[in-house]
Write a protein that binds this ligand. Structure first.
Ligand SMILES: [Ca+2]
Ligand SMILES: [Ca+2]
Length: 311
């Protein structure tokens, strides 16, 4: 029932009620009637509960209640994305030293060092073989006349003897001419000449390999020089000092390592090695050269050197 309707019924009730009159409410609330009541009746039984009223409007939200109890731990969530890279940390302390590495490959061969000091003189070498027979000397003065011989049978034997002697002289003249031609060739080639006994030696100013030196001497009727005695070694050294360079001689161990021989294959008997030589350095030294102290070194045959020929 609305508020206006209730207020109207109340005003009507005040206007109509008189003293001694009671207003009793009809159970039907929509039909009011004024009746005269007798003695008050007994209270009736409680009426039947009316139907539920319409749902009221939603009230204001209540006060925030106390926090509930902590629930059970939920299942593990999926892994989130990687976070941003952190800043670089401080450098750690140095670790212990590593193991020693393996040895590296051998280095390249060094350059030849400076000449060492001159060594003490060696012992006297053995006497060399007997040299070739020398040329005939010049004729001596005529001897005193001999005693008169007995009368011969004929002049024929004397003439034959004279012919024989003349033939010998012809041979000697041809030999002398040949020697002169040979010496002319040699002297035109030589820079310097020296002698020892009946040998003479030449050197020129060309540097060649051992093989080329050997051929060059042979082409001039000589051979690469081989000193057989200290005197011959000195004669070769005097030429070597003219060029002031190491100089090849006719000695090698090309056939058998350490077995030094001359160019005809004959074993060498006189030696004049430097201290520590022959050392066959690198397994490649098979040809002999003479140094400025007159002593010998085995050298690579492919090296280019001056050379001395002997005749
Ligand atoms: Ca050698
Ligand atoms: Ca050597």
């Amino acid at each position: 029932m609305s508020t206006v309707k209730v207020l109207g019924l109340l005003l009507l009730h005040v206007a109509l009620v008189t003293p001694g009159t009671q207003i009793c409410q009809n159970p039907d609330e929509n039909a009011y009637s004024i009746i005269t009541c007798g003695a008050p009746g007994k209270n009736g039984l409680p009426g039947i509960n009316g139907a539920n009223g319409a749902q009221g409007e939603r009230g204001e939200p209540g006060l925030l209640g106390p926090p509930g109890k902590t629930g059970h731990t939920g299942p593990r969530g999926e892994q989130g994305p990687a976070g941003p890279k952190g800043e670089t940390g401080d450098r750690g302390a140095s670790g212990p030293p590593g193991l020693q590495g393996v040895a590296g490959p051998p280095g390249a061969k060094g350059e030849r060092g400076a000449n060492g000091a001159t060594g003490a003189p060696g012992t006297q070498g053995v006497t060399g073989p007997t040299g070739p027979k020398g040329e005939s000397g010049s004729s001596g003065p005529s001897g005193p006349p001999g005693q008169k011989g007995e009368r011969g049978d004929s002049a024929a034997p004397a003439i034959e003897n004279l012919k024989f002697q003349m033939a010998g002289m012809d041979r000697r003249i041809r030999d002398l001419q040949s020697n002169l031609e040979k010496q002319g060739k040699v002297l035109s080639f030589a820079k310097e000449v020296s002698r020892s006994g009946n040998k003479f030696y030449i050197i020129n100013d060309v540097k060649v390999t051992y093989s080329e030196a050997r051929t060059s001497c042979a082409n001039r009727g000589g051979q690469l020089a081989v000193p057989r005695t200290p005197e011959e070694n000195q004669a070769i050294l005097s030429l070597r000092k003219q060029v002031n360079q190491h100089t090849f001689m006719g000695i090698n161990d090309l056939e058998k390592e350490g077995d030094f021989r001359d160019l005809s294959g004959e074993a060498i008997k006189y030696f004049n090695w430097r201290t520590g030589e022959p050392n066959n350095l690198g397994g490649k030294e098979h040809c002999v050269e003479i140094w400025d102290d007159g002593r010998w070194n085995d050298e690579n045959c492919s090296s280019k050197r001056f050379f001395v020929c002997e005749f």
